[in-house]
Design a binder for this molecule. Structure first.
Ligand SMILES: Cc1ncc(COP(=O)(O)O)c(C=O)c1O
Length: 401
């Protein structure tokens, strides 16, 4: 019997998708489930995006496009990076992908040989570990527990980079914690990165337009321009513009890295569809009022989530300042019995299962992100569902014996 390739022994389906499947199955049985599990932005792009897509459809050539990305889209990306403080790039520094996920996959293939090490802080977005496993890279995890607000310290980074990992992957604002590094924190991390010249720096900054409390989005390149030669900035339209299903991700990189991704695209995906490219260019270059309004809305919802969690004894939630996630430490429930279901809760997975089955609220266990004391609440849902889901969570925790 022929076998699957050895690399598939390492790969597993995304834990977030597993919860989403379970939620869908319960919903199909007619159960009333509130989903705080999947990271979808829950709003639609502006009319100008659809108009651009319709216009492109009218004159769609039906041909393959550029492996790097359509010119108009690349130019919109250049302007976008410039607005984010990353100036001086040219089209040759850019490359698109089918979402940031494929861009990250391309980067893993372009930068990591089997046995190389990729370092990243925990909690981490689940896919990082899975992509590393598929390309046969070792992972060096840098634990950032709730006691340090889930943030990496310069000393931790220094110790990690001293081990010369091939790649350091940094996500800011963070999925799953919603934490955002402040200006001085980024400056301190940048200084450490500059001291360790043997490591590629990959910045997954796809939530850069979702930062609250006037903290602002900051980027190591602004503090250490010397990092330009070995830093790749990954971005995406999925969350910012309410376009997850359009599948547009992109990266700014040193020319030869961008070219490597273009080569991989030429063998993996060829190009983005013309209609998608036109819509993406319109989103990036057009009015930014929808992302701005959504960001303000998420900040308001964040306050609602924190206020509700603060009322649950023993649950502690470092204050998120971006994205649309909260990541409370719920370990207070471990080792205790949930009265109505009679379930003894041993860990985060059992807690999320009990919460889903008894209270009808879907959250993702923190262990999926490398922090088993927590669970992730994705709060990008309508206000009424958010209030109901939070009330159910409060009731669920009050029912412990
Ligand atoms: C931190 C982070 N990076 C990358 C992605 C991938 O985004 P997409 O492939 O939709 O562009 C996600 C999606 O949830 C994410 O949270």
């Amino acid at each position: 019997m022929p076998q699957l390739a050895r690399r598939m022994g390492q790969a597993k389906p995304s834990a977030i998708m597993v919860i989403a499947e379970k939620t869908r199955a319960l919903k199909a049985q007619g159960r009333d489930i509130i989903s705080f599990s999947i990271g979808v932005p829950n709003f639609l792009p502006g009319e100008h995006v659809y108009a651009a897509a319709r216009a492109a459809l009218e004159k769609d050539s039906g041909q393959y496009g550029s492996n790097r990305g359509a010119d108009a889209l690349l130019d919109a990306m250049l302007a976008h990076f410039e607005r984010n403080g990353i100036a001086g790039l040219t089209r040759r520094n850019l490359c698109v992908g089918i979402g940031a996920k494929q861009v990250l996959y391309n980067l893993a293939e372009a930068l990591l040989d089997p046995g190389d090490t990729i370092a990243f802080p925990t909690p981490f977005w689940t896919t990082y570990a899975d992509i590393a496993a598929i390309v046969g890279a070792k992972t060096l995890l840098l634990p950032c527990p709730p006691e340090q607000d889930y943030k990496l310290t310069p000393a931790q980074l220094d110790a990690a980079l001293a081990q010369k990992p091939k790649v350091f992957l940094f996500n800011n604002p963070s999925n799953p914690t919603g934490m955002v590094y402040h200006r001085e924190e980024i400056a301190a991390l940048a200084a450490v990165m500059a001291r360790h010249a043997d490591t590629w720096i990959v910045l997954d900054d796809i939530y850069n337009r979702m930062v609250f409390d006037e903290v602002g989005y900051h980027n190591v390149l602004a503090f250490e321009p010397s990092l330009r030669d070995r830093t790749i900035v990954v971005d995406s339209l999925s969350k910012t513009y309410g376009m997850p299903g359009w599948r547009v991700g992109f990266a700014a990189a040193p020319e030869h890295v961008a070219q490597a991704m273009v080569t991989l695209n030429s063998n993996h995906i060829t190009s983005l569809p013309e209609v998608v490219s036109a819509a993406a260019a319109a989103a990036l270059a057009g009015p930014q009022d929808i992302p701005a309004a959504q960001c303000a809305g998420f900040a308001r919802k964040r306050d609602v989530v924190l206020a509700a969690l603060a009322q649950i004894p023993g649950v502690r939630c470092p204050r998120p300042e971006g994205a649309f996630y909260a990541f409370p430490d719920v370990s207070v429930a471990f080792g205790r019995t949930h009265g109505p279901s009679g379930r003894l809760i041993g860990n985060d997975v059992e807690l999320c299962e009990a919460l889903l089955e008894s209270a009808g609220v879907a959250c993702v266990p923190g262990s999926a992100f490398g922090e088993p004391r927590a669970l992730r609440i994705s709060y990008a849902c309508p206000d009424a569902a958010l209030a109901e889901g939070l009330a159910r969570i409060q009731k669920f925790f009050a029912e412990f014996e």
